[in-house]
Design a binder for this molecule. Sequence first.
Ligand SMILES: O=C(O)CCC(=O)C(=O)O
Length: 297
Amino acid sequence: MSNPPSDAPPLGPEELGFYWENGYVVLPGLIPQDDLDRWLAHLDDIVQERVPRAEGMLVMKDVMVAKGKVVPGSRLEAVAKIQDYENDPVLDTYTTHPKILDAIECIVGRDVQTIHTMLINKPPNVDGRHPLHQDLLYFPFRPADRIVASWTALERVTKENGCLVVVPGSHRGELLAHENPPHIEDLNMGYFGAADIGDQLEQRVHLEMEPGDTVFFHPVLLHGSGRNRTDGFRRAISAHYTSLDVEWVWKQEDFAARNYRIVRGPRSGERWAGARTKDTGAKLDPLDLIKGFGRKG
Ligand SMILES: O=C(O)CCC(=O)C(=O)O
């Protein structure tokens, strides 16, 4: 698939058709190298503590480093991910990047809020696998079709360094129960895997991507990533978005409360103040979706 001319919507009928059919679409070369370089340099500044850490931002250590199983060769080799970077003025330029938002708008409509941000750093020498899972597990909003992720390769991502894998068409299934997969000894915190996926692991497709290539994917799509078997890093930056007509469906209104910020449309700059209080019918308890974690096991 080639890029449409710059004045055309980033997702034409062909790309949109592919998205709804398969649950994802890759736009090659969407983000210029200058932007990637700025985010990578800033990641280094954060890790080396050359810049103040933004409010609410979490720098997560890799579990093998935390357990003392791996001695990192540098500060960056100790980091698994940066979570919730939206108060960081440099990284947040990803969340509001016009090229990203133009594509998001094609998928969920004109009014867009961001609900989650992260930068995933997969260093060499650690396990770092992310088992197949569905992101809807982590989000209180419905309908799922009005939620979408963007994930941009900050460097070349390959099968060898642990690129994303997706199961095409799996977004048409249900949200499954998730668990800490028993066969992975060193799993990073919160990296749950979908339980009982049958033979879907065999149907996975590896998304090898060049720097700046961006994949947009549905929150019910089964996806994950493998081990980094190289001696370099595998880094990517990502954000999740919804339209504004979503409803809050979790029982616990404050569970994992984030800064739900409107980034596109006439209400840009405001915070989401949607249907938390409206009667949305039967509500979900997020912990019930995680086997062995909540009250149900
Ligand atoms: O970047 C990765 O390795 C996996 C990212 C992912 O699947 C996620 O965080 O939902």
